[in-house]
Design a protein around this ligand. Structure first.
Ligand code: NAD
Length: 490
């Protein structure tokens, strides 16, 4: 049954003012939620309310330990509702339930981490060059616009809301049109935890309408964006017009490197997990596997056996490895890339089609796909597919390998499989990526900064320093004596 969903906008539960729309469960295409998209005037209302609320004593006067307590209550609220949130996340984007549970747990951990960061943050007394005191203080930037994609909503939303609230900002969040539920539930939990009305609003709807108006709004002082590179570039251009700081977490085409001395079973498991978990709908998906020529055939045989064992199934089942893609339109885009790979001379070793029969016929499923025989310059190896498609490429010479890995517009993440720490260090330092995983892949901790280089973005999320992204620095010079100033004696 379709649930009617209201949003939390400027301190009130209500429908947004734009047209109604319906979201669908990717597993079977059934309608899940009906809600209204926001309009530019809703954006203005939410931002004005956020600006007003953030200057009220109930927010601005909160001491760091009080703000921390509030964030802890949000973390507790997420944990208390974790199973319900995970199930909603599954209905929103079709991720397997186990992955949804992990995302919910990570969101709670993010609030807990930034509670600790805000409570223990120390401003600096800087060395003074005279008889005065110099202080460097951090103050909240103001209203933050947070814009998120559909692939891991609760985690990417928590990574923006938690540090922004920790810093004392107000947040207007615009989730992806097709996955609005997590942001709305986070607003509910935040309200119950005692976040004052107006401090957090959620504006579902179209990026070209709601996201655009949010970026342009004069009272929005920072944009935290996760999404595609083209949209991120447009946001950066608009931000330049008001000299607004942004963080842009964008796309990727991440290489994973298997060295001749790698533990092959370990590497196979890591490469399979790196590309096929989340059905490849992951910015850090390891979509190009460079395998040393001396172990290429052995690796390929074990890889294909492992892929054959993946369970592509109903995301509600605990045993599912890969659920459906987020939509039929996205599946068609993935299928077009696989066709392009074939046209470019690649051989499809497995997958390359949708599964059929039973619920597969209604859902937007696509089989895990491995292609070999392509050159690294092929479009399929250059462009982000954001689906379960792996290009397998042999390598021989390390300098050429590194050149190929780096010969890409993106620079988000990479993986190296080797038993020799010297290989890992040398290659890892040479790769142009924001994250390097060695003998592992897709591990995350909120205490470690995350972000990309090149067209994968700028700015960092997570890490204790992540809170600084939502602050501006103010310098104090405080005279400590009554000695006359230079012109006073004249
Ligand atoms: P998208 O760029 O189409 O949309 C992301 C968000 O931006 C959505 O909320 C969308 O409505 C909004 N938007 C669209 N047009 C806008 C505009 N003109 N102004 C303002 N906002 C606008 O991306 P998507 O398809 O939702 O997500 C997939 C992309 O996200 C992939 O490229 C993926 O790599 C990237 N991603 C990156 C990370 C990371 O941390 N680097 C994490 C997850 C996803």
């Amino acid at each position: 049954m379709t649930e009617k969903v209201q949003t939390f906008l400027a301190g009130r539960w209500r429908d947004a003012s734009g047209p109604a729309y319906t979201t669908h469960y990717p597993h079977d295409g059934s309608a899940v939620a009906q809600l209204h998209g926001a309009t530019a005037s809703d954006v203005d209302e939410a931002v004005q309310a956020a600006e007003k609320a953030r200057l009220q004593p109930a927010w601005v006067k909160l001491l760091p330990h009080e703000r921390a307590a509030l964030l802890h209550r949000i973390a507790q609220g997420i944990r208390a509702n974790s199973e319900g949130l995970a199930q909603l996340q599954r209905l929103d984007n079709g991720k397997p339930i186990k992955e949804c549970r992990a995302l919910v747990a990570s969101a709670a951990g993010t609030f807990q981490f930034f509670a600790a960061a805000t409570e223990t943050w120390e401003d600096a007394i800087t060395p003074a060059r005279g008889d005065f005191l110099t202080l460097s203080l951090h103050e909240p930037l103001g209203v933050v616009g947070a814009i998120t994609p559909w692939n891991s909503p609760i985690a990417s939303e928590a990574q923006k809301i938690a540090p922004a609230l920790a810093a004392g900002c107000a947040v207007v969040i615009k989730p992806a049109e097709i996955t609005p539920r997590m942001a709305i539930e986070l607003a509910r939990i935040a309200q119950q935890a005692g976040v004052p009305d107006g401090i957090l609003s959620v504006l579902p709807g179209k990026g070209s309408v709601v996201g655009d108006a949010l970026v342009r709004h004069p009272l929005v002082k920072r944009i935290a964006f996760t999404g595609g590179t083209q949209v991120g570039m447009g946001i950066q251009k608009l931000a330049a017009e008001k000299l607004m700081p942004t963080s842009l977490e964008l796309g990727g085409k991440s290489p994973t490197i298997v060295c001749a001395d790698a533990d092959l079973d370990h590497a196979v498991a890591g490469v399979v997990y790196g590309i096929f978990s989340s059905s490849g709908e992951s910015c850090i998906a390891g979509s190009r596997a460079f395998v040393h020529a001396s172990v290429y055939e052995a690796f390929k045989a074990r890889l294909l056996a492992a892929v054959k064992g993946l369970r592509v199934a109903d995301p509600a089942l605990e045993s599912t490895h890969m659920g459906p893609l987020v939509s039929q339109a996205h599946r068609e885009s993935v299928a077009r890339y696989v066709q392009l790979g074939s046209d470019e001379g690649g051989q499809v070793l497995c997958g390359g089609s949708r599964p059929t029969g039973g619920y597969y016929d209604q859902g937007s499923y696509y089989l895990p796909t491995v292609i070999e025989g392509l050159d690294n310059t092929a479009r399929m190896c250059r462009e982000e597919i954001f689906g379960p498609v792996l290009a397998l490429l042999p390598w021989n010479d390390e300098a050429d390998l590194i050149a190929q890995c780096n010969d890409n517009d993106y620079g988000l993440a990479s993986g190296i499989w080797t038993r020799d720490y010297k290989n890992a260090w040398r290659i890892g330092r040479a790769l142009q990526t924001g994250t390097v995983w060695i003998n592992t892949y897709k591990l995350f901790s909120v205490s470690t900064p995350f972000g990309g280089v090149k067209l994968s973005g700028s700015g960092r999320e997570k890490g204790r320093q992540g809170i600084l992204e939502y602050t501006s620095q103010k310098s104090f010079y405080w005279g400590m004596n009554e000695a006359p100033l230079p012109w006073a004696a004249q």
